[in-house]
Design a protein around this ligand. Structure first.
Ligand SMILES: [Zn+2]
Length: 348
């Protein structure tokens, strides 16, 4: 263990930048990374404000942060695909590689997975981290650290687009224009959707999403999303609906949105169980898919960034210095509708 400065969530409502003991042994198959940029995620903020997410409870001080990019500074025995000096980003979830889920290729749903900044596992708002090389991905020269730290949230969008099984030219609907909804819309367009109708109550969020070609914003304070989708699809319905709001209200009318034989991809999670119209789902033979984080999406996300087809830089609202991490979190708690992604930069 090594003492290092880190942004520590002591308990609900109490954040401190202080020294903490962290494991820094570079074992076989591991790499040590000097962290450059870390994104502030809704889940980090939720642990700060609520002290828990579902079954995960902050019972001991925990370092926050899981959306990170940095530079390899040391490599462990047997690591061949990375070298010192490589710029990288990291998957925060580490599964048991021999588990049944991992062997099926679904390592994201391995019950034994550990995930940065999910109690009791420390996150990466600290200058260095040791991580399995197999979950560390080299960034091409034309992908910045800031973009590298966006790969993690974008991977959720990639997973949703993959689960949707998009056909080129599809029309999609995204309910909820938060950071994840916006990234789902961008991933759906990259995956072949001709247009994505994005619905939200907050006009500033819609304005940001609408900067991307193919996004059709709908402010549901002013218009019904059901009638807008009907109008835009000549009463047929959308091929795919991505539910990203997490609002139980969305489920009251969601079955009116997909076309017969269409698909609903569940991304947002209502806190409580939500009822939905099974009879209509059956009558239309709706396929329902779910998403839990992501698997096998990092290399694809990085390839899209490198190609120039996906540019998430406009979604980075502000960058804070590490010493101002607590201020960054206070800003995130404000939840300004014009903020998409706040990032924290570690000292050089
Ligand atoms: Zn995240």
């Amino acid at each position: 263990m090594t003492m290092a400065q880190a942004l520590v969530l002591e308990r609900q409502h109490e954040l401190k930048l202080r020294d903490i003991d962290l494991p820094m042994d570079v074992g076989p198959g591991m790499v040590k990374i000097k962290i450059h940029t870390v994104g502030v995620c809704g889940s980090d903020v939720h642990y700060y404000t609520h002290g828990r997410i579902g079954p995960f409870v902050v019972n001991a001080p925990m370092v926050l942060g899981h959306e990170a990019a940095g530079t390899v500074v040391e490599i462990g025995q047997g690591v061949t695909h990375l070298k010192v000096g490589d710029r990288v980003c990291m998957e925060p979830g580490i599964p048991d590689p021999n588990s049944r889920a991992s062997r099926l290729g679904m390592y994201n749903v391995d019950p034994a997975v550990t995930f940065w900044a999910t109690p009791p596992i420390h996150g990466v708002l600290t200058p260095f981290v040791v991580h399995p090389a197999n979950y560390t991905f080299k960034l091409p020269d034309n992908v910045s650290f800031a973009e590298g730290a966006m790969v993690e949230p974008f991977a959720v969008g990639m997973q949703a687009a993959t689960k949707a099984r998009i056909t080129p030219g599809d029309t999609a609907v995204v309910l909820g224009a938060g950071p994840i909804g916006t990234m789902v819309a961008i991933a759906a367009l990259a995956g072949g959707c001709a247009r994505v109708i994005v619905a939200d109550l907050a006009q500033p969020k819609l304005d940001i999403a609408a900067r991307y070609q193919g996004v059709i914003p709908v402010n549901i304070r002013e218009k019904s999303i059901v009638s807008e989708v009907k109008r835009l699809t000549e009463d047929w319905g959308a091929d795919i609906v991505f539910e990203c709001s997490g609002s139980p209200k969305a489920w009251e009318t969601i079955m009116d949105l997909p076309r017969p034989g269409g698909t609903i991809v569940v991304v947002g999670l209502p806190v409580e169980p939500a009822p939905f119209d099974i009879a209509t789902a059956s009558t239309k033979e709706i396929r329902i898919e779910t998403v839990f984080r992501y698997a096998h999406q990092y290399d694809r996300a990085i390839a899209l960034f490198a190609s120039g087809r996906v540019d998430l830089k406009p979604l980075i609202s502000e960058t804070f210095a590490f010493k101002d991490s607590v201020a960054a979190f206070e800003r995130a708690v404000e939840a300004r509708p014009s903020d998409v992604k706040l990032q924290i930069r570690m000292p050089d």
